[in-house]
Design a protein around this ligand. Structure first.
Ligand code: ZN
Length: 316
C-alpha cells in the first residue's frame, strides 16, 4: 500500500496559563479560537484550539493549559519549531508587531527562506515564513488584518533522536517527497498547500523534556474515515504500534511513536469544528462531548474563565 498525507492536520502543545495562551495566539498572532473544550482524558484541564476562520486542517494549534506543569525543554524526540506561513510581503508587519508586544524576535534562514523566530510565553518555539502557497486567511482580529494574517502552518522542524529513521518514515510511510539537504537539515514536502514543508535535523540535538513550552504531538491529515482505516493498517504493516481509532469529536485519531521519539497522530479532516457550533460562533461556548454533559456544572466551576480580547496595544 502506498499512502500520502497532505501534511500537518494539527499540532498540540503544553502551556501553563489559559488566558495568556488566548492573549498570545488570538490577541497577538490573530488566530481564531475555534474550539473551547476540555482534555477528554483530564476534564479539569481546557483543550483550546486555534486556527483560521474555520479551523481548517493545516492551521490548527491546540493547547492543554495546566498551571502545575513543569517547564519542558525543546529537544530531540519533539517538534522543535512550529512554522507559520504569512502572505508574501507581510514579514515586516509581523516583525514590527511582535516587537511592539515585547516579543523577542530573531532573524534566521533555512533552505534560503527568511524566517522570523520567536517564542510564546511558555517558551514554545515558533517561526514565521512568507510564501505564496496557501489560501489567504479570511479572519481578521485586533491589529491583524486578513491580508497580513497567518494563513496556517508552513510546516514544522522536527528534532529527531534518530534522524535517518525519521527521514525514512516521512518518505516511505507518510508519503512525503524529499527535496534536499542544507545546513544540517533535510527538507520534505507533502501534497497539501499548508502544513506541507517538514524539515528534520541531520545532526543530533540534546534530548527534549516534555512539559510547558513543548509540543506533545504532531498530527497528519487523513482524508476521511475510510482513508483513516487504511492509514492505521499501513502504519501497522510498517512495524509501528498504532493505537485503536479514538473519537476526538472533531476528528478521529490514531497515535504512534516514531523511532526518533516524536509522537505522531493521524487525524481525519472531517467532521471539523462546525460539528457542534455554528461557523460564525465557533469557540464561544465551552463545548463538551455528550458523555461529559451530566458533569457540566462541576467542570465549568473548575475552570478559570477565559476571554478572547483585543489587547491593550491594539486599542489605541
Ligand atoms: Zn492531536
Amino acid at each position: 500500500m502506498s499512502k500520502h498525507t497532505a501534511g500537518i492536520h494539527h499540532i498540540t502543545a503544553f502551556v501553563r496559563n489559559a488566558q495568556e495562551t488566548v492573549d498570545f495566539y488570538s490577541g497577538v498572532l490573530g488566530l481564531r479560537l475555534v474550539k473551547k473544550t476540555i482534555n477528554f482524558d483530564a476534564p479539569e484541564v481546557y483543550h483550546l484550539y486555534f486556527g483560521d476562520e474555520k479551523g481548517s486542517p493545516g492551521t490548527i494549534i491546540t493547547f492543554f493549559p495546566w498551571a502545575h506543569s513543569r517547564q519542558g525543554r525543546v529537544g530531540a524526540g519533539q517538534v522543535g519549531i512550529t512554522t507559520y506561513v504569512v502572505p508574501v510581503g507581510a514579514m515586516a508587519f509581523w516583525k514590527e508587531r511582535l516587537e511592539r508586544f515585547d516579543i523577542q524576535v530573531t532573524e534566521a534562514t533555512r533552505f534560503g527562506e527568511q524566517l522570523l523566530q520567536f517564542e510564546d510565553k511558555d517558551g514554545l518555539k515558533l517561526e514565521i515564513v512568507e510564501r505564496e502557497q496557501g489560501p489567504q486567511s479570511e479572519w481578521s482580529f485586533g491589529g491583524v488584518p486578513a491580508g497580513k494574517a497567518i494563513k496556517g502552518f508552513g510546516g514544522a522542524l522536527l528534532y529527531s533522536a534518530a534522524p535517518e529513521k525519521t527521514a525514512t518514515l516521512l518518505e516511505q510511510v507518510m508519503g512525503l517527497t524529499k527535496e534536499g539537504e542544507n545546513g544540517g537539515y533535510v527538507r520534505f514536502r507533502a501534497t497539501g498547500d499548508l502544513g506541507n514543508v517538514i524539515d528534520v535535523n541531520t545532526t543530533l540535538v540534546a534530548n527534549g523534556i516534555g512539559g510547558a513550552g513543548t509540543v506533545h504531538h504532531i498530527a497528519w491529515r487523513a482524508k476521511d474515515d475510510a482513508d483513516h482505516t487504511q492509514w492505521r493498517e499501513h502504519v501497522l504493516q510498517n512495524g509501528f504500534q498504532a493505537t485503536p481509532i479514538i473519537d476526538r469529536q472533531y476528528f478521529n485519531a490514531i497515535y504512534f511513536r516514531e523511532a526518533g521519539g516524536i509522537l505522531f497522530e493521524i487525524a481525519t479532516d472531517p467532521p471539523g469544528f462546525a460539528r457542534d457550533e455554528a461557523p460564525d460562533s465557533l469557540g464561544e461556548k465551552l463545548m463538551l462531548p455528550e458523555w461529559f454533559e451530566p458533569r457540566r456544572a462541576d467542570i465549568e466551576a473548575n475552570l478559570d474563565p477565559i476571554e478572547v480580547r483585543v489587547l491593550e496595544g491594539d486599542r489605541s
